[in-house]
Design a protein around this ligand. Structure first.
Ligand code: IDP
Ligand code: MG
Length: 194
């Protein structure tokens, strides 16, 4: 099986809370290989490309997650956000996201291994930390929800970004890293797990 690669970005809330080591450890101990890593201040241009307005299903998906969270909590989306259209809600959230990811330094990484995309998402946990299982990064280190975030007109503080599928991973790795920033080496587990 060809090893997969996936992009992980520790967002400013993770960096500022001193959770870099804790988060890296979780990916390392499962057997994933860190093949690229850098700290950077994200520009508006990179943020716009990372959260592309043209990806309608992504924008709408964020709106849908918000609507689900509101339904669970008995909140009227029209009262809270002025609309119940998932695309319109998604566009507003995307702007908050761009503000958040450019608000301080982030740590961008590429992790490699079999099923890397799925494995990283599993360890990361649900988008809404309130819904994320204990044992996942988001479930263990945050309690944020759409309700709390939207009331303060900010993005959900869920500590990290992780590519959603292999196609997204390929696009994002090319966007964040040049070829010569991605390294190749062997981890001891590779022999044991053969
Ligand atoms: P993901 O990070 O789990 O892949 P996406 O649906 O891709 O989740 O959303 C991207 C980011 O947008 C989330 O990580 C979160 O920071 C933010 N976000 C998603 N839904 C909401 C919301 O309802 N309010 C505020 N921010 C949100
Ligand atoms: Mg996503």
């Amino acid at each position: 099986m060809k090893p997969e690669r996936t992009l992980v970005v520790l967002k400013p809330d993770a960096v500022k809370r001193g959770l870099i080591g804790e988060i890296i450890t979780r990916f390392e101990r499962v057997g994933l290989k860190l093949v690229a890593c850098k700290m950077l201040q994200v520009s508006r241009e990179l943020a716009d490309k990372h959260y592309p307005l043209s990806r309608r299903e992504f924008i709408e998906g964020m709106g849908k997650k918000t609507l689900e969270n509101y339904k669970d909590m008995g909140v009227d989306p029209k009262k809270e956000m002025g609309t119940d259209d998932p695309y319109e809600i998604g566009k507003v959230i995307r702007e908050w996201l761009v503000e958040m990811i450019t608000s301080g330094p982030v740590l961008a990484m590429v992790w490699e291994g079999p099923h890397a995309v799925e494995l990283v998402r599993k360890i990361t946990g649900h988008t809404l930390p309130l819904k994320a299982e204990p044992g996942t990064i988001r479930g263990d280190f945050s309690f944020d929800s759409s309700y709390l975030a939207n009331a303060k007109k900010r993005a959900i503080k869920n500590l990290l970004h992780a590519s959603g599928d292999p196609e997204e991973a390929e696009y994002e790795i090319n966007l964040w890293f040049s070829k010569d920033e991605i390294h190749s080496y062997e981890r001891a587990e590779e022999k044991v797990m053969e």
